[in-house]
Design a protein around this ligand. Sequence first.
Ligand SMILES: NC(=O)c1ccc[n+]([C@@H]2O[C@H](COP(=O)([O-])OP(=O)(O)OC[C@H]3O[C@@H](n4cnc5c(N)ncnc54)[C@H](OP(=O)(O)O)[C@@H]3O)[C@@H](O)[C@H]2O)c1
Length: 277
Amino acid sequence: MTAILIIGTGRLGQACADVLQSMGTVHVLSSADIDIGNPESVAQMVTAADWVVNTAAYTDVDGCEVNVKKAHRVNARGPGFVAQQCTAIQSRLIHISTDYVFDGTGSTPYRETDPVAPLSIYGHTKSLGEQSVLSQCSTAYIFRVQWLYGAGGSDFIDTMQRMGERESEVRVVADQWGAPTWTRTVAQSIQAVIAHGSIPPGVYHMPSTGYTTWYDYACAIFQKMPRPPVLTPVPTTAYSRPAKRPLNGRLNGETLARYIGPLPHWKPALLNYLESR
Ligand SMILES: NC(=O)c1ccc[n+]([C@@H]2O[C@H](COP(=O)([O-])OP(=O)(O)OC[C@H]3O[C@@H](n4cnc5c(N)ncnc54)[C@H](OP(=O)(O)O)[C@@H]3O)[C@@H](O)[C@H]2O)c1
């Protein structure tokens, strides 16, 4: 029986808990149970697991610009404490990272070997977190994901639907590129990695197949709405936000696909999710 410990009860943590329970015993730790920024808490709570899946992070991208210390504690140092403990108890570690480690100036989808150059405190601290994981645990996997949606927390879909009910026109950024990815798909991919058993450790990109913009993503969300609002494409510069976002956030997922196959295309996956709600 495989023992899996999931850290974090946010959107991805919940999806992992649902999907991975078919593989063995699953234990989930919330922020009330563990503080990954505190090494004693990590040593006390991360015990006796074959696999540890760390989904915990300080994910408020704009908030990180203000709460810089917290961002370093949770996103940069915390993953290192988890990785150190995984090495000590000989658990395999899966740690989740982000496309925000890149600056988005490239014109092609980023590969795992491309140099990182984060634009924001969130991206910078997540990148430091990757380095701490790699230096503390030689068998860890780091999966970079992006544009997550799914049950268990407010996301872009909820925001669009809320705005669509209230407003006749919704302005959406049309020059940032990425792949909307269902948390369930990420959880199933993690399941496939665990089941595979011999994928070399290291950093992998885990995006849905295909790429789009926030604007086209919004169009797809409203596709089946009886009276959708007018959607107006706008440039990123139309919104002033504390944290800079990469324009080209596209991740090349070919390396991992060689082992577990490509993730589903973002659009049918999104339509499936919308129908399942
Ligand atoms: N959401 C996205 O679009 C996206 C994109 C790229 C990468 N990612 C990465 O994917 C992972 C999962 O994201 P998500 O969307 O599931 O995030 P989420 O919904 O914000 O969940 C994060 C979880 O981490 C917990 N947490 C925060 N600080 C903690 C601490 N010090 N100790 C223990 N737990 C702590 C939170 O608990 P509380 O709620 O109680 O604070 C929450 O349960 C993260 O690594 C994130 O950086 C997400």
